[in-house]
Design a protein around this ligand. Sequence first.
Ligand code: SF4
Length: 288
Amino acid sequence: MYDYPLYRPPSESNSIIIQATIGCSHNKCSFCNMYKSKKFTIRSVKDIKNDMNYFRKTYESVEKIFLADGDALIIQVEELKEILTYIKNLFPECSRVTLYGSPKSILLKTPQELSDLKALGLSMIYMGVESGDDEVLNEINKGANSKELIKAAKKVKDSNILLSVTIIAGIGGKENSKSHAIRTGEIINSMSPDYLGVLTLMVEEGTILYNKILNKEFELLNDKEILNEIKLLIEHIHVNEPVIFRCNHASNYISLRGSLPIDKEKLLKQINYYQYTNKFKKEEERRL
Ligand code: SF4
């Protein structure tokens, strides 16, 4: 049924995955090779409905659905409405529908369209922010600057759809580590997402970034420097509304969970403990 490789956020491990698109509409980020083998395509609503019918026959109860691949929000709003309505009717027990949305696809939707999608059951949008530093965003070919990212986040929040963002520790390299941490803290303050996930850069062979490293144009941070960067990031997060903070992905050297702002000091103390005791994952353990 699936066009592999297939990706989903870690928190969607118990969700039914339905491929509404194949690949990523942007597909140009310098560090990413997730969808390099795929030509971006929006699947027909008929095919998407056929997949849903299959899952209806297979599973007695479907609680959560994730619409893959990279940027399902780019689908025309009328088609998205048809897909969400079909989900509502076919899986009345489903309490959550989520998808990845690029800043561009969010900005292409009007506030009313996002509110309509929310009313039809779209619960949460995952948006990759990666960094709040414009120089870094430009370097990695993110396709959006910090102002656009903030505008996109605000649009999602205003529509009452939950917003989950991810950022990448180490993505600025040694040269931009400090400004990346500070600017990323600041962009989180402006966005006030519901969820913030911190990943740590893992470089895949064949990416633009991989070649930059080979050419000595980009210097990777070591484990201790990554911890310092995450600490600096947390120090610069000053949010008023709760942000669920997660730094427990397989790519991370350490595992942190909490809610900002109330757990800020606890999280910083935990990082200090990891640094003091040297008890963090070894490089080879990061992919396990
Ligand atoms: S937008 Fe996401 S999936 Fe697409 S290339 Fe960038 S990181 Fe990869």
